[in-house]
Design a protein around this ligand. Structure first.
Ligand SMILES: [Fe+2]
Ligand SMILES: [Fe+2]
Length: 169
């Protein structure tokens, strides 16, 4: 699949999710450095697709994309000091699943991708291969976003222009 095909596929899913739920709200919240939860989630979806292709695991592509796009659907700014944000690392997959369940009809696989993406911090592993993919890609994207923010002092970098979510603005 070409880069454009992957972007188009993700854009179609974002469009569908926008119709029903609150995915637009994720644009307001910062995830790492200067990266919003929305950009982070799109990046995770994009590279999850790449990894699934490399592993020849394309049977559940739709669930992989939806699970990746919703894995951080916790809908608050975790940097704000608030009692409800305590233990964010441990609790946010459950909050994301609760929110996603309210807004969308999710499959078993999509639910598992969301709730198990923080393995091994939460020591219950994903059940499905797609869950492992999102779990690993999420770690890589998080490190990239954090390091990039450090190198650019939290400001936008040139590399951001090439981010996969750029085409969804
Ligand atoms: Fe997360
Ligand atoms: Fe994440």
């Amino acid at each position: 699949m070409s880069v454009q095909e992957r972007k188009r596929l993700i854009a179609e899913h974002v469009y569908e999710l926008r119709k029903k739920g609150r995915i637009q709200q994720t644009r307001q919240f910062i995830q790492h450095g200067s990266t919003t939860v929305y950009d982070h989630s799109v990046r995770v979806a994009y590279y999850s697709l790449v990894l699934a292709e490399l592993l020849h695991l394309q049977e559940h592509q739709q669930e992989l994309i939806r699970g990746a796009l919703l894995h951080d659907y916790f809908l608050y700014d975790w940097h704000e000091k608030d009692k409800s944000h305590n233990l964010h690392g441990f609790r946010h997959p459950y909050t994301a699943l609760e929110n996603a369940d309210k807004d969308y009809h999710l499959s078993k696989r999509e639910r598992n991708i969301i709730v198990r993406h923080m393995f091994p911090l939460i020591p219950i592993p994903p059940v499905f291969m797609e869950g492992w993919i999102v779990c690993m890609v999420d770690k890589g994207c998080s490190i990239y976003e954090t390091v990039k923010a450090r190198n650019y002092g939290g400001k936008s970098s040139k590399t951001q222009n090439a981010r996969p979510s750029k085409c969804f603005k």
